[in-house]
Ligand binder design. Structure first.
Ligand SMILES: [Zn+2]
Length: 368
């Protein structure tokens, strides 16, 4: 029997089926009007959010669940998304790696996809969410910075991936408020921050769709006793944040050591402390609300600078996708090594390509 097929029958899926019976009627009566549905033509992809993406788990994946396992109200909603568990069943820290918080920041998504496909964890656990905001991933980039879809040639043929939007779909969540009041700080943020997963942490049990998704991520970190939480992003090549690790103040020392290590390995990165007084971001709120050391990694995406349209987000000569994915993997590895240096242990894994091999052989050669 195919081991991977066996792993797809999980507690999370069972819970989902059970919840379907209860929530199915509620979804029909309550949820659809709340999302403000008007016509099929205005709908983002209305397929099952859990099967929207071509993620192919490798032998290192021991269990597959859903983010709604941590907030059942998200079951059957467009933000539900797959959670992949890579467990060694040996002592060691637990790490969480999130791609796709902003679904147009594809290097993080592809780094997470590559980890799910290739990594085998030999100490501790690694939990991976490739598409953290699945509603954002179901629609095209509203800024037009990149294509609607992009294609990677792999040994099994050409594979298709989505280039999504930064925020939860208005069709799924409803119109933005006149002003968004962040919870619980009560700071006023721009109105569309209400749909930006990286502006609404720590989220709310009974908030808008994006706030409930953020709350589920926080519950995942608490429930799974995550020690190291990493959010993968991209910024415009002109941004000061490109090639930067941003860290919660409580684990800034780890981040400084990680950046020194990455630079010694030939991957030039900067380090920055989470800003004070700017609420809602993962690197600040995850670390403040939970036991986890929290980090955010940024790489330079040619589709992200303001005014850029239809950039070549895969083969850009200055910042090819393979190099950006390699930077994410190198930065994660450096963060793990920093935790070993400071705390004495780290998640151990094998099977991942180096940044050099990604540049030499291409991203597709490491995807089945
Ligand atoms: Zn981002």
């Amino acid at each position: 029997m195919d081991q991977r097929r066996h792993f797809k029958v999980t507690d999370g899926v069972d819970r989902r089926l059970r919840a379907m019976a209860v929530l199915g009627v509620m979804a029909a009566i309550i949820m659809l009007p709340a999302y403000g549905l008007t016509s099929a033509a205005e709908m983002p992809d209305s397929g099952d959010p859990l099967s929207l993406h071509d993620v192919r788990p490798g032998d290192g994946v021991t269990r597959i669940g859903c983010i709604s396992d941590y907030h059942v109200s998200l079951c059957l909603t467009p933000v539900d998304t797959r959670v992949y568990y890579l467990e060694s069943h040996k002592p060691g820290p637990t790490a969480l790696i999130l791609g796709g918080t902003h679904a147009n920041e594809i290097a993080g998504i592809m780094a997470a996809t590559l980890i799910v496909a290739n990594a085998v964890v030999t100490a501790g656990r690694v939990i991976v969410v490739p598409y953290a905001n699945n509603s954002a991933a179901s629609q095209k980039d509203s800024r037009g910075g990149g294509p609607e879809r992009f294609y990677i040639e792999t040994p099994s043929g050409v594979r298709e991936f989505r280039y999504g939007d930064r925020r939860t779909s208005i069709v799924h969540q409803g119109s933005d408020p006149m002003r968004y009041l962040h919870h619980p700080s009560r700071k006023v943020l721009s109105s569309n921050s209400a749909r930006d997963l990286n502006r609404v942490y720590p989220g709310r049990l009974s908030g808008n769709l994006t706030e409930m998704l953020a709350w589920a991520c926080i519950q995942l970190i608490k429930t799974e006793e995550v020690d190291i939480a990493i959010d993968l992003h991209e910024a415009g090549p002109g941004s000061r944040l490109a090639d930067t690790i941003i860290a919660n103040p409580k684990n800034l020392e780890h981040a400084v050591i990680a950046v020194l290590d990455a630079n010694l390995e030939g991957c030039d990165m900067n380090v920055e402390e989470s800003a004070h007084g700017v609420p809602g971001m993962s690197h600040r709120e995850w670390g403040d609300a939970t036991q986890a050391a929290s980090y955010l990694i940024e790489t330079p995406n040619p589709g992200q600078d303001s005014g850029t349209v239809n950039a070549d987000v895969v083969s850009d000569p200055a910042n090819p996708l393979a190099a950006r994915v390699g930077t994410h993997l190198a930065a994660i590895e450096a963060i793990f090594s920093a935790h070993e240096f400071v705390d004495g242990s780290r998640p151990e894994w094998t099977g991942l390509p180096t940044r050099e091999s990604l540049l030499r052989d291409g991203l597709g050669s490491h995807l089945r």
